[in-house]
Design a protein. Structure first.
Length: 161
């Protein structure tokens, strides 16, 4: 895995966005879209608390990219995210032809944490991005973010303390 200093900066922003989501009563996920020349193009955080389970930041990035970038620009871009894409988001990424994905924590890690805390599983299976989008360029998890992302997810369940 070749994680650069710039990758770490963008992942840190994803974690900040995840914290913002959590502070707003939402699930702690944040994502940033960066162009091939390292310009931040779009960023968002989870917005599912009001009942629309498709309001994941990675899905919003796919929508925004399809409307605002050429196919070549999408392919050259990198999506950074605090957590590995769910199958819905991975599929949207593949369908619009986005480039590299870098995530702080894997879906496998999240599933493990939730099981440890006694949280019921999600209604959709957690699959690695590469199972949904064969050939995707994916890097993660990034170990230096494991504990902070874990703590954000743990904070979603104060009743389990």
């Amino acid at each position: 895995m070749t994680i650069t200093a710039a990758d770490l900066v963008h992942l840190q922003r994803c974690v900040e966005l995840a914290r913002e989501a959590l502070e707003d009563g939402d699930e702690p996920f944040g994502s940033v879209l960066v162009s091939g020349d390292d310009a931040v193009l779009f960023e968002d955080r989870n917005r599912v608390k009001d009942g629309d389970a498709t309001r994941h930041p990675e899905f919003e990035i796919s929508r925004w990219s399809a409307e605002n970038l050429t196919p070549d620009e999408r392919a050259a871009a990198t999506v950074y995210t605090s957590g590995e894409h769910c199958p819905m988001c991975a599929a949207s990424h593949g369908w619009v032809g986005l480039g590299r994905i870098v995530y702080a924590a894997s879906s496998g890690q999240l599933v493990s944490w939730l099981e440890e805390w006694g949280v019921p599983p999600a209604p959709v299976a957690a699959l690695p991005i590469s199972r949904v989008v064969p050939g995707a360029v994916v890097e993660g998890p990034v170990e230096s973010f494991t504990e902070i992302v874990r703590s954000l997810h743990r904070a979603r369940f104060p009743h389990l303390r």
